[in-house]
Ligand binder design. Structure first.
Ligand code: IVH
Length: 671
């Protein structure tokens, strides 16, 4: 029995470490958060009950011990230096010239370009394969021993395959979504907010209670290797670290010369907003380690590297007016109209203000001078007002009592910050709903964008998305600005859209809390709009991955008579409201199926069989439930086999699993 437990704990460690890697490093999670949490809590419970079986590389970090009184100081044998900054392509060319001159080379110098993570530098030492020490940069010569805190970083392995002593350096950071969540929670608890993810990271690392640090979900990328292994280039060193299991950023790139460096820098200026974390520029590093040695360092910074910093993403300007927009769900959003100003390469004249509470939080008045910032999102936001500029002429901003579009009295629902227009026939909502229905990820009606929808609603030709299918070519062609050819193209794309997959149609309906992924699940489970609309709460919320809020919202959408009559219109116009198994190219044979593994398999290790299932689109879970599709059972299966039989979960051997992955779908019978 004991042995079985140890085996299970080993399995769990391997599985969780594998999923950590997929989630944090590969950015490609293969199981849901819930399944992950189940594995995690199973292991945590077992470790609590059998601490002797705890493996050194267990992902359950030992957190929550006694808080520390303070951190010990540690010396950096090799100082942690800074990097010189550049802000333009000219300065990058000048840097390249300096290198060439010092090296006596006339051809192109090879560089590695890395993202410059906006976090906190750290040095991590491993000895005998075990994480031994983590230290902060401090003044570059002496830092704090923050080992207990860095051990809470889930992507930083506690054990690596390499046994000789090595030190790696990198940057600890907080993801943008974690930062937003953290601040929201702090706000709720009346705690001071962190200004940005970097401050939140620095603050977290200084925390003396590692349980708090663990809850912050910090991340790390390593970018420097100091050890015995002889690499010829920095690129090789990065590869070596990756192979040792350390989190190396996937966007690192080699540039053959400085011109390539410049184009990388340019592409990241706009590309950076799609990253889940903040970067404040790029770091350009000479690739050849021999050349680096030759170049050496000054007291402050190495000569072989330079940072390219993005142009300032903050600016000040005047708030001219606050306009109110009404969205698809009736939410009134205040938008700041600004005196146009240059920000991060574009001219900005509008910024989002989120909601009216935000306006009072910022104590904004029309006429204020404001600081604006381009954060992770493309749309800039107002960070604060600068009261020193006030001259008394500024005007209060009042939250409107009526919808600016239809004049209905606005409503504020319990527990919501947003102010809403309750009139579902409000032209603003109607327009937004039709635009959403027609958009690329929904029914994809080419040619029916914002401009035409707005016009057609104003002309009374569209009052809901059902009307789209009753538009007449002759009427369209009579509208100013709509040529005959465009009218027939539009009609053609409307007709084409009638056959979109059911999931797109469901998404297009614009049900609150139903995004494209949820729509896919609903389409797959219900197969038709008819059965979805008839489903009761219990059936909907019993679907794995669909939470109670979404279920409630789905039910209430179909209970509104007006919505059902629009759906009738769609059906009558020949819009396909049933699903057919989409024959996608390369459909993975285990897509949508969940597996639990037990016992010893002949030809696979636990990680191997997990990978086989995941690669083919299946999901692997640690514990059996009625929702499990298959139990893959090997030798000495233990209690899982009995449980599976009880739950009527189908049982497979590895051979049958292999058959399934080859597309041979002779699924064995249940029980
Ligand atoms: S290399 C001395 N690579 O930027 C050279 N640093 O402004 C070692 N940083 O202290 C640093 N991303 O904390 C390097 N890809 C990257 C980096 C990076 C962020 C930080 C690091 C350094 C600071 C200098």
């Amino acid at each position: 029995m004991k042995e079985g437990i140890k085996k299970r704990m080993d399995e769990l460690v391997d599985l969780i470490n594998f999923h950590n890697l997929m989630y944090y490093v590969e950015n490609n999670p293969v199981i849901t958060d819930r399944e992950y949490d189940l594995l995690f809590s199973e292991l945590a419970e077992l470790e609590a009950a059998y601490p002797g079986h705890r493996r050194k590389d267990s992902p359950i970090r030992k957190v929550g011990g006694e808080p520390l009184d303070g951190f010990k100081s540690v010396d950096h044998a090799i100082p942690m230096l800074s990097i010189d900054n550049t802000y333009s392509k000219e300065e990058l060319f000048a840097f390249d010239e300096r290198i060439k001159k010092a090296a006596g080379i006339s051809g192109g110098i090879e560089y590695v370009v890395e993202l410059k993570y906006d976090g906190v530098a750290v040095s991590v030492s491993y000895n005998n394969g075990l994480l031994e020490r983590g230290a902060s940069r401090g003044d570059g010569r002496r830092g704090d021993d923050i080992t207990v805190n860095i051990k809470t970083i889930r992507t930083l392995p506690l054990v690596i395959g390499y046994k000789k002593p090595i030190e790696v350096r990198g940057e600890i950071y907080m993801r943008k979504d974690d930062f937003v969540r953290l601040n929201a929670e702090r706000k709720k608890n009346g705690l001071p907010l962190f200004a940005n993810p970097r401050n939140a990271t620095a603050g977290s690392l200084k925390n003396l209670d590692s349980a708090t640090v663990s809850s912050r979900n910090l991340q790390v990328f390593v970018y420097q290797y100091l050890g015995e292994e002889t690499c010829r280039t920095h690129w090789e060193a990065l590869k070596f670290m990756k192979e040792a299991g350390l989190p190396v950023n996937p966007h690192n790139a080699v540039a053959r010369n400085i011109s390539e460096v410049v184009s990388f820098c340019d592409s990241w200026r706009t590309g950076k907003s799609s990253l889940p974390y903040n970067i404040d520029g790029l770091v350009v590093k000479v690739n050849s380690l021999e050349l680096r040695n030759k170049l050496g360092s000054t007291n402050r910074a190495p000569r072989w590297t330079v940072a390219y910093k993005f142009p300032s993403e903050q600016a000040t300007t005047k708030l001219l007016e606050v306009k109110v927009q009404v969205g698809r769900t009736g939410i009134l959003t205040p938008v700041a109209m600004l005196d146009p100003v240059e920000l991060g390469g574009t001219t900005v004249s509008r910024a989002t203000l989120h909601n009216f509470e935000e306006i009072s939080r910022l104590s904004l008045k029309v006429g204020d001078r404001v600081l604006i910032e381009k954060g992770g999102e493309v749309i800039p936001k107002v960070v604060k007002n600068i009261p020193e500029y006030r001259d008394g002429s500024e005007k209060e901003i009042i939250s409107p009592a009526e919808c600016p579009v239809c004049g209905s009295k606005v409503k504020k629902y319990d527990g919501e910050v947003a102010v809403r227009c309750p009139n579902i026939s409000c032209p603003a909502q109607v327009k937004e709903r039709i635009i959403h229905f027609s958009s690329r990820n929904a029914m994809d009606i080419e040619g029916l964008g914002e401009k035409w929808v707005s016009l057609l609603v104003d002309m009374g030709m569209l009052s809901d998305y059902g009307d789209i299918y009753y538009l007449h070519k002759d009427k369209l062609a009579g509208i100013e600005g709509m040529a005959e050819k465009s009218a027939s193209n539009l009609i053609e794309s409307i007709i084409k859209s009638r056959n979109r997959p059911l999931s797109r149609l469901i998404f297009g309906l614009g049900i609150r809390h139903v995004g494209s992924r949820t729509s896919e699940i609903l389409a797959e489970k219900f197969g038709s709009l008819e059965s979805l609309s008839a489903a009761d709460m219990e059936t909907i919320s019993s679907i794995y991955e669909i939470g109670p809020v979404a279920a409630e919202s789905i039910k209430s959408f179909f209970s509104i008579e007006k919505n059902m009559s629009v759906i009738k219109k769609l059906e009558k116009a020949g819009v396909k409201t049933t699903g057919e198994a989409e024959v996608k190219k390369g459909v993975r044979s285990l897509e949508g199926l969940s597996f639990v593994i037990t016992g010893t398999l002949e030809n696979y290790t636990r990680a191997g069989v997990t990978e086989l299932i995941l690669k083919n689109g299946g999901r692997v879970s640690g514990s059996l439930s009625a929702g499990t599709d298959f139990l893959v059972s090997g030798r000495d299966p233990g209690s899982k086999l009995e449980k599976a039989k009880k739950l009527q979960v189908r049982i497979l051997g590895e051979k049958e699993l292999e058959d399934m992955t080859r597309g041979n779908d002779g699924f064995p019978e249940r029980g």
